[in-house]
Write a protein that binds this ligand. Structure first.
Ligand code: ARG
Length: 466
C-alpha cells in the first residue's frame, strides 16, 4: 500500500488524511502494552505454525516469520527495538518490524486474525505466566508462616475481640489464622487460572474467519486447555482480568489486616514483636523512632488495588458486544495490580520469618487482662452452677480485681471464695494461661497440640502443590 497521505500503514487504506497528532497519542497503547511483546510473539508463532499446517502459508514462509519474530524478540529484550507511537500498539509495532525485516511474507502473518483476538490471547498468556509466579510467592509466604507458627506453638499472647483482651491464645494459632486466609486466596488464584486458560485465537475480529483454521492446534501450542466457545465473547471478555483483580483485592485485604497487627505489635503500647531494622526506617526529626514502613506500605497499597478492581468493573459495565476500544484501558490497572501483588507478597515473605516475638511481653499482656475469666466461669459450671450465674460470679470477681489491681490468678483462695464457696484449690489449674490454652484442645482450637497438628496438615497441603 502506498502511504503518500501519511496514514497508518496497517489500516490507512480507507483514510484520506493522517491521524491528528493528539488523537494518535490519545489512542496509542504502545507505551504500556509493549510489555506484552513476548506473548504477542509467542501467539504469532503459534498462529503462523497453524496457518502452515492448514496450507495458508508454506514452510519457507513460516521459517522466515519465525526467524524474524525471534530476532525482534531479542532486540526488544536487549532494549534496541525502536517503538513507534505512530504504530499505535505492540501488535502493529511488531508486525511492521517483521515486514521491514523479511519483506512481503511479514504481511501474511495477520491472515485469519485480528488484533482483537490477538490482544485477548496476549493478555491471557501474560496473566497466566504472572499467576504462576504469584502462586509460587504466595506459597513461599505460607511456608514462612508455617515455620514461625510451629516455633511459636506454645507462645502465649492475648487473643482479642473488639481489640480488648478476650482470652489467651497461642501465637502459633494466631499465625495459622493468617495462613488460612492465604490458603483461600491461593484457591481463588487457581480458580482464576483455570477459567482464563482458554484460547481466544481464531475469533478474529468478532465473528471468526473464513480460512480453514485449526483452533485446537493453536490452543494446544500455547498451552491452553482448549479454544474458547464463542467468538463474540472471546474478543470482548475481560472478566478473567476482573477475577484476578478481585483475587488481588481480597489478598491485599488480608495482608492489610496482618500489616495492621504487625504495626500494633511493634508499638511501645503492645511491644509483642520486634521487626528487624532492615524492614523499618527512621525519622528525620525524632531520633528514637523505628517505623514499621513495610507493613504500613502494604496496608496502603490495598487502596490502589481495590481501585483497580473498581476501574475494571466500571470499564466493562454496559459494554455492548463485541470488542470496543474501551478495553484498551484494561492493561494499566491489571499490570499495576500484578506488580503491586508481587511486591507485597515478596515483602511479606521476606519479613515474616524475621519476626522476633517478645514472649515475656506477650505473656504479661495476656495475664493482665483477666483473660482467664471465661475459664473460671466454665470451672464453676463444672461444679454445678448454671452458666448465667457463674458469669455473674466471675463478673464480680473481675470488679474486685480491678479495684484491688489484681488478676484472677493473683487472688488467694479466700479472696476467690468470697464470690462462690464451690471454688477450691484446683481452680488455679484453670486460671493459669497454659491451662487455659491447653484446654481448648479440639480441631480449630488454640491448644499447642492443635497448632502442631494444623501446621503439619498445612505443610502436607503445600507440598502437594505443583
Ligand atoms: N491496542 C488494542 C487494545 O489493547 C488492540 C486491539 C485493537 N483493536 C481494534 N479494533 N482497534 O485493545
Amino acid at each position: 500500500m502506498s502511504n503518500s497521505k501519511d496514514t497508518n500503514l496497517s489500516w490507512g487504506g480507507r483514510f484520506n488524511e493522517a491521524t491528528d497528532a493528539f488523537v494518535a497519542r490519545f489512542t496509542a497503547s504502545v507505551d504500556f502494552d509493549q510489555r506484552l511483546a513476548p506473548q504477542d510473539i509467542q501467539g504469532s508463532i503459534a498462529h503462523a505454525t497453524m496457518l502452515t499446517k492448514v496450507g495458508v502459508l508454506d514452510e519457507n514462509e513460516l521459517e522466515s516469520i519465525k526467524n524474524g519474530l525471534t530476532t525482534i524478540l531479542t532486540d526488544i529484550e536487549n532494549g534496541t527495538f525502536e517503538w513507534s507511537l505512530a504504530l499505535e500498539d505492540v501488535h502493529m509495532n511488531v508486525e511492521a518490524a517483521l515486514t521491514s525485516q523479511i519483506g512481503i511474507t511479514g504481511k501474511k502473518l495477520h491472515t485469519g486474525r485480528s488484533r482483537n483476538d490477538q490482544v485477548a490471547t496476549d493478555i491471557r498468556l501474560w496473566l497466566r505466566h504472572e499467576i504462576d509466579a504469584i502462586g509460587a510467592e504466595l506459597t513461599r509466604l505460607q511456608q514462612g508462616i508455617l515455620g514461625l507458627a510451629k516455633a511459636q506453638a506454645e507462645t502465649i499472647m492475648p487473643g482479642f475481640t473488639h481489640l480488648q483482651t478476650a482470652q489467651p491464645v497461642t501465637f502459633g494459632h494466631h499465625l495459622m489464622a493468617w495462613f488460612e486466609m492465604l490458603e483461600r486466596d491461593y484457591g481463588r488464584l487457581l480458580d482464576c487460572r483455570k477459567r482464563l486458560n482458554q484460547s481466544p485465537l481464531g475469533a478474529a475480529a468478532l465473528a471468526g474467519t473464513t480460512y480453514p483454521i485449526d483452533r485446537y492446534m493453536t490452543a494446544d501450542l500455547l498451552g491452553f486447555d482448549g479454544p474458547t466457545r464463542n467468538s463474540l465473547d472471546s474478543v470482548s471478555d475481560r472478566d478473567f482480568a476482573i477475577e484476578f483483580c478481585a483475587f488481588a483485592s481480597i489478598l491485599l485485604t488480608h495482608l492489610s489486616r496482618a500489616s495492621e497487627e504487625l504495626i500494633l505489635w511493634t508499638s511501645a503500647q503492645f511491644d509483642f514483636i520486634e521487626l528487624p531494622d532492615r524492614f523499618c526506617t527512621g525519622s528525620s526529626i525524632m531520633p528514637q523512632k523505628k517505623n514499621p514502613d513495610v507493613p504500613e506500605l502494604v496496608r496502603g497499597k490495598t487502596g490502589r488495588v481495590n481501585g483497580h478492581l473498581v476501574a475494571l468493573l466500571t470499564l466493562m459495565k454496559s459494554q455492548p458486544l463485541a470488542y470496543n476500544k474501551d478495553n484498551q484501558e484494561d492493561k494499566e490497572p491489571l499490570f499495576d495490580t500484578v506488580d503491586t501483588v508481587k511486591d507485597c507478597l515478596r515483602a511479606f515473605a521476606d519479613m515474616i520469618p524475621a519476626i522476633q516475638p517478645k514472649k515475656e511481653s506477650m505473656r504479661e499482656a495476656a495475664r493482665r487482662g483477666f483473660s482467664t475469666a471465661t475459664d473460671l466461669a466454665d470451672y464453676l459450671v463444672r461444679k454445678g452452677i448454671p452458666f448465667r450465674d457463674s458469669h455473674e460470679i466471675v463478673g464480680k470477681s473481675v470488679a474486685f480485681g480491678i479495684a484491688e489491681n489484681k488478676d484472677l490468678s493473683d487472688m488467694s483462695l479466700e479472696e476467690l471464695r468470697q464470690f462462690s464457696t464451690v471454688i477450691e484449690t484446683d481452680v488455679f489449674d484453670v486460671l493459669t494461661l497454659e491451662g487455659s490454652v491447653a484446654a481448648r484442645n479440639h480441631i480449630g482450637g488454640t491448644a499447642p497440640e492443635q497448632v502442631r497438628i494444623a501446621v503439619q496438615s498445612a505443610a502436607e497441603r503445600l507440598s502437594n502443590r505443583t
